[in-house]
Ligand binder design. Structure first.
Ligand code: PLP
Length: 425
């Protein structure tokens, strides 16, 4: 091997090892991430990842798909059962891809849709910058009540009866509380519109029966990433009513996927089995932890969002840190003590304010998967307080984070506990 290649390989390995070491010693609190169990990781490295399986189970375009069909059928059946869904498509390779398929199935170019603005929590793919824009949709934002962190349903109904949108998009990236699926589904049926709920963040909480199941409340379609509060690899699913099954399936293939990353399909299927077994217990602890973290931060003087409604009913906590220097500064300061989270726009921010928005957003789903409970949430809130309000020294606080984390290195809520951040040899 040439000496350059050796050097490149060693640089590659070094970066990967240091990444793992960093996560081992950190509090991973990005609300859209999670870790997978050893079981799911084993099913991530199957030969399936080298194959194509275009089309549907039993109706493929290439040979060699007998066992892939068995797996995809199992994935579909287990997913249907878990979510009480009439129809399931497990082929989208990511949440955005699932949303693009949803838009292609449910709308035509230049149709009007309603969605949450990005500061109010909407995902970029719900707006003109991304998936909705690619479909050529016009987007009107829901009127929003900042105090209640809630869509103004009456005003939305008035606007909808006047402007007759074709689709209501619900679900969001900043999501602290359940949303008015039932109410907007009623408005939708009045004006022949559809409802698509993007459950990317809360999919695991729905599977664990600790959050609203949009299908039961009248949504036509539910999209969602499988790697945030769900136990899966980075991938997505679409659940829908029977009537629109064909439109959804066509929009996925041949619409927006060709191969569908089949090693992540085997991994996803294993994660559904884990969810069936451990999802409820996990989701309960996630919500308990988020509430405890929010309450303790509030008691320590932080401006926690959603006070009127008890701060959170999900895995997320949002804090307005505009008086502490803003979201960008605070997120970077926390990174120095090995706490990983992100700055976030809040409903009272302008969409232009992406460089230093008012908020930070955090999620407890990964640290809960590692076994942390309410006591650890109190310690984390105190670390935030020591860092951001008392201004204690980084070195000591980083050590405090490392010590706390060192007792939580194994993945729980699975059949066999395994180390979370080891890699390779
Ligand atoms: C994360 C997220 C997505 C995107 O999912 P990917 O799997 O990253 O493509 C879509 N919608 C919402 C609401 C999200 O939070």
């Amino acid at each position: 091997m040439g000496s350059n290649s050796l050097e490149f390989l060693s640089r590659l390995e070094n970066s990967v090892l240091r990444h793992h070491e960093f996560y081992k010693n950190s509090l991973p609190m990005i609300a859209s991430e999670n870790i997978t169990s050893g079981l799911v990781r084993r099913f991530y490295t199957t030969d399936f990842g080298h194959r194509y399986a275009e089309g549907k189970v039993g109706k493929r375009f290439y040979q060699g798909c007998e066992f892939i069909d068995e797996v995809e059928e199992l994935a579909i059946n287990l997913t249907k059962k878990l979510f009480y869904a009439d129809h399931v498509n497990v082929q989208p390779i990511s949440g955005v891809v699932a949303n693009i398929a949803g838009f292609f199935a449910l709308t035509k170019p230049s149709d009007l849709i309603m969605a949450l603005s990005i500061p109010c929590g909407g995902h970029i793919s719900h707006d003109k910058y991304s998936a909705a824009g690619i479909r050529g949709l016009k987007v009107k934002h829901y009127p929003f009540n900042n105090e209640e962190m809630e869509i103004d349903v009456d005003e939305t109904a008035r606007i909808a009866r006047r402007e007759r949108p074709k689709l209501f998009v619900l679900g969001s990236s900043l999501i602290l509380f359940s949303q008015p699926v039932k109410e907007l589904s009623e408005v939708a049926s009045e004006i022949s519109a559809k409802v698509m709920y993007d459950a990317s963040h809360v999919l695991g909480l729905i599977a664990g029966k600790q959050f609203q199941n949009p299908l039961k409340e009248g949504a036509d379609v539910v999209t969602g990433s499988t790697h945030k509060t769900f136990f899966g690899p980075q991938r997505a699913i679409i659940l829908s009513k029977k009537e629109i099954a064909d439109e959804i399936d066509r929009a996925v293939f041949p619409g927006v996927v060709s191969n569908h990353h089949l090693n992540t399909l085997t991994a996803y299927t294993a994660s559904v089995i884990e969810m069936i077994e451990f999802g409820e217990e996990y989701a309960k602890q996630v919500v308990r932890n988020a509430k405890k973290l929010a309450e303790t931060l509030y008691d320590l003087g932080f401006n926690v969002v959603g006070e009127n409604r008890g701060f959170t009913e999900t895995h997320q906590v949002a804090v307005d840190v505009s008086e502490l220097g803003g979201g960008a500064k605070v997120a970077k300061k926390l990174e120095k003590i090995n706490v990983v989270l992100n700055m976030n726009l809040l409903p009272w921010d302008s969409i232009e304010n992406t460089s230093n928005p008012s908020g930070i957003r955090m999620g407890v789903q990964e640290i809960t998967r590692l076994g942390m409970k309410e006591g650890e949430m109190e310690e984390i809130a105190e670390i935030f307080h020591a860092c951001l309000i008392k201004g204690l020294e980084d070195v000591a606080l980083r050590e405090r984070v490392r010590e706390l984390k060192s007792e939580f290195s194994k993945i729980k809520y699975t059949f066999e506990e395994e180390e979370a951040y080891t890699w390779g040899r």
